[in-house]
Design a protein around this ligand. Structure first.
Ligand code: CA
Ligand code: CA
Length: 452
């Protein structure tokens, strides 16, 4: 093939005509190529267009040429148009591995190279890839980005290594937050107190860890530091406390390393970031020790959650935690208490007077009961609707003064299924009912449900 055809063939079948960038590469290539006893030899990918041009390699336009690479008396540009280069591969020690400028129309063997590539890289669920080379060639890289609301764990970038495998931890996107707002400093190392001061000056506060996802993220995000990192827990009046929220550490949130906390005089907490043993676990340590600092920036702003909720920091975001008696997601809706019993409530002798500060028969509603003359109240004088939607106690009843209690009972089961049972005040009817039950032989739990 002439040089032009040879190159086209290389590009078609492989990646391109061979490019040599060092004497070592040149010698290595010679060692690979079949020996020839005579011409034709091999085309290599270096050429020029005009007599006075530099020799230029295909592909990257490099102009590398070794001092010793030309054969004796070459390049001689013998016909004033020797603008391509052949590589001698034969047993002549003076010529083997040397170059000769040649007419590009000469017929020689093409030497091509093929990029060592990787298979298409793994695209993480909820993520996308941005690759430097769509053929995934050797040394090319792919960067992973996660969809909005998902967090990248492990490496963001993988590189195609020469063995045809992607190098770097397989990236994953986990459900997280829109932004991560952790900040750290290991220069200088700080005591716990000065770490907290630094965080409060520059960010919101020392890191407050709320779930395993944050622990995993911090362990991934922070560089290894031999003295590890302070976190925002310390002993306050003998109780492990999150300093940012002033809440005590709940047992379910504990993340102590084996055997920790182990010392009554170690009042601050460090996290073993990237430690071989007990990785990402906590240890109580003396507060004046110098360690790395991890801070966070708060996402809660005033008014983030309205007046019936607390704003709770999550990783780079916040959630609204409704106050008792209010319903998510908006925390504007108030919990209601079952009030079906009202319909069956007699006009007398029991009377009630309710106040509804937040809504009819809702959390906060308070009802006061009284009985008309001749009756006395049995049970609570006040009922209130609790934050869980249940009434604070059973309905009271009115008993005719001097009458047996059961004859004027008003039963109410507090809860969702209100069973309102009014009893007759007439003793006679009650007895009648009892008699009738015996006669029928049926089992009744309650008595009559009408009122006269
Ligand atoms: Ca020549
Ligand atoms: Ca300890």
């Amino acid at each position: 093939m002439n040089w032009t055809d040879a190159r086209a063939w290389c590009q078609n079948v492989y990646t391109d005509m061979v490019v040599i960038q060092s004497q070592v590469e040149n010698d290595y290539l010679v060692s690979l190529l079949p020996n020839k006893t005579q011409a034709p030899y091999y085309w290599i990918g270096i050429t020029k267009i005009h007599k006075n041009d530099n020799w230029t390699w295909v592909g990257d336009n490099s102009t590398w040429i070794s001092d010793q690479v030309w054969a004796y008396n070459e390049p001689n540009n013998n016909h004033s148009n020797e603008f391509c280069v052949e590589l001698y591969v034969n047993n002549d020690v003076k010529k083997r591995g040397k170059w000769n400028d040649e007419k590009c129309s000469s017929q020689k063997y093409p030497v091509c190279y093929q990029v060592v590539g990787c298979p298409p890289p793994f695209r993480p669920l909820y993520g996308h890839l941005n690759c430097s080379d769509q053929r995934y060639a050797f040394n090319s890289t792919c960067r992973v980005g996660c969809s909005s609301g998902f967090l990248l764990l492990r490496s963001a970038e993988v590189t195609c290594s020469s063995d045809g495998n992607w190098h770097g931890l397989r990236p994953i996107c986990i459900r997280g937050a829109h932004a991560w707002t952790y900040h750290y400093s290991i220069n200088p190392l700080r005591s716990w107190n000065s770490a907290q001061k630094w965080c409060q000056q520059h960010y919101t506060d020392m890191v407050a860890i709320q779930n395993q996802g944050e622990i995993t993220y911090l362990n991934w995000m922070l560089p290894f530091n031999p003295s590890y990192y302070w976190i925002g827990i310390r002993k306050v009046a003998g109780v492990w406390t999150w300093v940012g929220t002033n809440r005590s550490l709940m047992p379910e949130a504990e993340n102590w390393a084996v055997g920790e906390p182990n010392n009554a005089y170690e009042d601050c907490v460090e996290m073993y970031i990237k430690r071989d043993k007990d990785m990402a676990k906590w240890n109580d340590a003396t507060c004046r020790k110098k360690k790395g600092t991890v801070c966070y920036t708060a996402s809660c702003l005033e008014g983030s959650c309205g007046i019936h909720a607390d704003c709770v920091e999550t990783i780079g975001n916040f959630t609204c935690k409704c106050h008792p008696g209010f319903l998510s997601p908006s925390c504007e809706e108030v919990v209601q208490c079952e009030a079906g019993w009202l319909a069956g409530l007699p006009a007398s002798p029991l009377s009630l007077n309710c106040s509804h500060p937040l809504g009819n028969f809702s959390f906060g509603t308070l009802c006061r009961f009284s009985c008309e003359g001749g009756y006395s109240l049995n049970g609570t004088e006040e009922l209130h609707c609790s934050s869980n939607g249940l009434w604070s106690s059973a309905l009271p009843t009115c008993a005719e003064e001097g009458m047996p209690l059961w004859s004027a009972a008003l039963l109410y089961s507090a809860g969702t299924a209100s069973s309102l049972v009014l009893l007759l005040s007439a003793v006679g009817l009650g007895l009648l009912a009892a008699k009738r039950r015996r006669k029928n032989g049926k089992k009744h739990d309650c008595l009559l449900t009408t009122y006269t």
